[in-house]
Design a protein around this ligand. Sequence first.
Ligand code: ADP
Ligand code: MG
Length: 595
Amino acid sequence: MNKITLMLRFLKGNRLTYLGALLAVMGNVVLATAVPMVIRVTLDSILGDLPLELPDFLIRQIGRIGGVDFIRQNLWVLLLVLVGLTLVQGLMQFTRAKLASITGESSAKRMRDRVYLHVLRQPYDYHVKSQTGDIIQRCTSDIETTQHFVANRSVEAISIIFQVLVVLGIMLSLNVPFTVISVVLIPLILILTVRFFRSMMTLFLDTDESEGVMSSTLQENLSGVRVVKAFAAQQFEMNKFDEASSTYRDNILKITRLMADYWSKSDFLCMLQVVIVVLSGTFLTATGRISLGVMVAFVTYSGMLIWPIRGLGQMMGFMGQAFVALTRVQEILDHVQEDYSSGANGLPIQGAIAFKDVRFGYNSGKWVLDKVSFDVPAGSTTAILGATGSGKSSLVHLLLRLYDYQEGSVTIDGTELSSISRDWIRSHVGIVLQEPFLFSRTIRENIRVGRPGATDPEIEAAARIACVDEAIGEFEEGYETVVGERGVTLSGGQRQRVAIARTVLRDVPILIFDDSLSAVDTETDASIRAALKERRTGTTTLIISHRITTLAEADQILVLDQGRIVQRGTHDELIRQEGHYKQIWSIQSNMEDIA
Ligand SMILES: Nc1ncnc2c1ncn2[C@@H]1O[C@H](COP(=O)(O)OP(=O)(O)O)[C@@H](O)[C@H]1O
Ligand SMILES: [Mg+2]
């Protein structure tokens, strides 16, 4: 998409304040160009005796207050005019600053919210594969960079262009040859500026990327700090960070060098241009071709031309930076959101699940689930056993529509899964993920995530079912204990049980436990399952587990191997067959005998 369109989109909703800022800055330019005019008239017609060269309405105005003679006798009038001009200029500057910051901050907020929502609505796979640090950078510093440019610098850039046009017009109307002499070096300055802008763009892109790598490394290391410490890998990780950090530094240094180069060269050219104006002006005045007033005005005007044009180079640098940042933000917005609108809503769900010849793979060519068929009657319990990587998690993720299967059919109560809306299905299937994540909030808040409207007694009841109530009671602050990054650390089993409580709180017709009881002992496992059974008969339950005592109680057991169901039946049926299930059973019952 076109960059300008993107910027305009960024401004959407604040276009009036932006326009206000533009008008203020243009007013400011007009007033600034009036000052040299006043000085010229003072030198030529008030102090000197040249005829007034001003627009008619001004001459009439001067006539009304008593003409040039009056001003000659009351020079304070000129002072008043100059002070007045400066005052109004100040007012304009203030208005511009205020409106520009309103524009910038509101646009940035809107953009941040929009990008964040968009990120939240990305498919599961996006989050599995993208780097958090990179996304964070795009949501914060990239938006900030854009905001600075769009709100402040773009206004400045437009005002520079406006100023150049106005000043050029005035200069041309005063003296054409002198104007030509006064801008003779400007094409050179422009060429230098454009070249600077090009190199800057590439450098900014590199810098932004290396900053992304740096923050990703940092973010990952901080989240995984326990692994880093446990493996005494500080030095190794430090080196990795150091590498990213060095690249970033080198890029910044390159930018600085480039800037220094540009500034010194363009400074020299600008100074040279000023010298040319002064020298040729002196010559023209001395030979009587222009008046002293015009000469003085030209020196000021050429300054109002040269320095801003040089500043335009800096603007272009910022523009390059903003374009890069905006492109990175736009890349996020270009990712297609998960589709929440399609599919049926409002379907009552009993919980009968049927897989028929389902094939699913993350990448084409390799099926992670291959022709999987099974039925789960509503209200029954199905257990799934299988080696790591056999496809158990993938299978249950399909039920939540986190991924879509490629072949075959999955139905819930006879309705094809793909025709039920994602929101609807997710609000009726509760899952305890294999790697439960707890937010850095209190335990109560963590459980409440399951159902934001839940009351405290409901939360505590859920915790009792998950057999974590007692453990919570032992914390000094009970349910108000903060867990995660800025609080106490829960053991793996406690974490799993809090996650179970969170899911149980939802009160949904289908419950999935993805290896969720692996970190609790066998007895607790049994009591959680008993409590669950008591609480709600009629909940369809899928349990992924390796524990025979858990599997044995299921109405049906599926054994998965490399994406295929290789065995199915009840515990009694399966221990009478040769196979994976019997092996595991004999190993685990031997262990229990020993224990
Ligand atoms: N998001 C993913 N993208 C690509 N491959 C994946 C993804 N998640 C899992 N896999 C692969 O799919 C296979 C099945 O994984 P999974 O369903 O997690 O197995 P299980 O839960 O039985 O251990 C594995 O080979 C795993 O590497
Ligand atoms: Mg798994």
